[in-house]
Design a protein around this ligand. Sequence first.
Ligand code: ADP
Length: 524
Amino acid sequence: MLLLPDYRVRQRDLLLEISRAMTAQLDLSEVLRLVLKASVLMLAGHVVGLIALRDSSTEHYRIRATINIDSSKLPELEKHVAELVTGASKGLEFQHLEENLREMAAVIDQGLKQLFPMPLAIAGEPVGLLLVFRDYVGNTTPNDIQILQSFADQAAIAVHNALLYENMDRERKRLDAFVKYSADGVMILDADLRILRFNRALERMTGWRAEDAQARDQDAVIVWSRLEQGDLRQALSEGWPFRPAQGSTPETLYVEGDILRLDGMTLSIGITYGPLFTSDGRIANIIANVRDITNFRRAQEMQNVFISSVSHELKTPVALIKGYAGTLRREDAHWDHNVIRDSLAVIEEEADRLTELIENLLAASKLQAERMRLNMSDVMLDELANRAVERFSTQTQRHHFKLSFPPQFPVIHGDEERLRRVFDNLLSNAIKYSPDGGTIEVGGQADDQSVTVFIRDEGVGISESEQEHIFDRFYRVDGTLSRKTQGTGLGLYLAKGIIEAHNGTLNVKSKPGEGSTFFFTLPQ
Ligand code: ADP
């Protein structure tokens, strides 16, 4: 007999209890422990056992639980399990498999005599393998075998459920981590637009803490100060989202505008809403993906400002050239020599300005596309500064120029043409942005490793918050002065690009109302 008569009743009750606990349990390791515990109870004597589970993606079997087996023996036993499973799937004879099982028993303990291999399967699909060994050979009736088999079937269901739950739990954790760490804001709403989930990125964007935002109505947290495109409530009232045909994805809804953060500031965002349906076609949830579009907006604005200022800069010299050329061509007038010379001088100057502007534009687009290739030679920066100051001093009466370079200023290795452009851009800014005149000082200092050149003005200055942007492409400080002054926002971007191509740095120190000092350092 397999079951000992004396204990039969008590054992059966215990077994029932364990089976019940086993099927109610969703924790996989606990289910496996109970299955093994029940196996030991069913067989008297010294009993050992193991459960190997099949990985449905690799089809490999791995030992996931043992009872009374030394863990150092697991690698070898796992090899035997693999042989056993491939042997069984190849349809090898029972004798062959039995031999394998005996070898396994010997690995565990020489004293093991009887083996009970029980495949765990659901509707013919293998889930795993339960192997139990005991230290004596008892009589087993067909009834005993049936009891064992029905236990194994029940165990298979419990293991299968626990595996499903484990997979679901892993999936849920993955999704949780994805929502949590996403750089975009993610919000999950219920069908009444109440917030169920609210991730970290959204906390940063809105100023709301997740625990305060959750359970609130979406409209209480996402407060639009300006709605530019789309409207969730309106779309819902008009029938969005239409349940899609089988297999196709439902249409998303895009909403864009400015929201009012909790701290009163505004932020430009774009939200893409996607619906999730229940099996009977009702909305279960709405998933919202929220993107901070401030930088995109700023880039767009910069582009617009750039286009309008470039066209303005191009139009002015063209109009002057056309005006003077038209006047000179008038056949009814006889211009004296001086008028002709002065008019041609204006035409030439304006043509130079156009060339300069076009060169700046080309240089800027090149700078963005590729690393600047420099034309290196010996450059005397003090000389270069001197010549630039001479050129600019003829253009202004209001400004006083001062050169302060120490004698024997070091000669550096650099691209002279490009460094001339740096001086030109910095000096023309110093003039443009000190409309009341004042002193413009250009000077330098040197140590063993580097030289530093500064251009100092007494102009309008630049606030700290603007200082980090003025070197950006197309960036112009928004103020009455820059609106009146011509410019494209390329000068400093180019100057910085040129200095950095020389492995140097270009920086600014400035206070609004007190003037600015731009200084660049180049290696010697
Ligand atoms: P642009 O002069 O064509 O506008 P820049 O790239 O040369 O473009 O300069 C960017 C912005 O930085 C300017 O619009 C101006 O507001 C500010 N800026 C540059 N130089 C000075 C300066 N010396 N003093 C005050 N503001 C300056």
